[in-house]
Each structure stands twice: as C-alpha cells, then as structure tokens.
Design a protein around this ligand. Structure first.
Ligand SMILES: [Zn+2]
Length: 118
C-alpha cells in the first residue's frame, strides 16, 4: 500500500498493519527528489500481488503540503505501472486528499496517466 496523501494514513495503518501481509509506505521527505526516490526504493523492496494507492493530492505545491509538482504525480503513477508490468500484478487507487480544486483534477489525471502507462 502506497499512501502519498499529505496526512499520515492512520486508518489505513490501523486496519491493514495488523493483517501482517500488507506493506504500507507513507513517504515523507523535505524535497521532491527525495520524496520520489523514497517511493522508488519502497517499490523496489517489495513484490506485491497488488499495489493499492491512497492517492491524496494535498502535497501539491499549490495545496497544503506545498511540495510536489503535477509531473511528480505522473512519475509516481509511472513507477507503479512499471512495477506492475515487471511483476504481472495489478494496482488500484483510492482518491483521498486534495483541497485546491484548481489543480486537483490536473493532478489526478497526471497520476492516472502514469498508472495506466500512458
Ligand atoms: Zn490529506
């Protein structure tokens, strides 16, 4: 489970962590490069049957978190797509945060395009 919402996924952790068969990654970094590299390392360290994504877009430069560019959401989706292609597994995303409605739709589309290998 990759949770890139700005806020730590308490509910996700509370529900899934006790199961013991779900790896949950909540990236946390002070700059875009580190953020993306941490996701890359996390994806490299697992061999999941399916990749679930808590897709929150409130870490965008024009939202609360002020960190990620729209292209970064594409890159996150693309990294997940490449992992699913490599493993022959699937992925899904659940829309979470994103409070600036001027950029939310653009960020969602960027992520979905990456996730779909477009
Ligand atoms: Zn949030």
């Amino acid at each position: 489970m990759l949770d890139f919402d700005l806020h730590f996924g308490d509910g996700t952790v509370n529900i899934l962590e006790p199961k013991g068969y779900v790896t949950i990654f909540n990236p946390d970094a002070t700059n875009r490069k580190e953020y993306l590299e941490s996701i890359k390392r996390s994806l490299e360290s697992v061999s999941p049957d399916i990749i679930g994504v808590s897709a929150g877009f409130d870490n965008h430069v024009k939202d609360w978190g002020g960190l990620l560019e729209t292209e970064d959401y594409y890159e996150i989706g693309r990294m997940i797509y490449e992992k699913t292609q490599k493993l022959g597994c699937g992925s899904f995303g659940v829309l979470e945060g994103g409070y600036n409605f001027d950029v939310l739709p653009i960020n969602v589309v960027a992520f979905v395009k990456g996730l779909g290998g477009m």
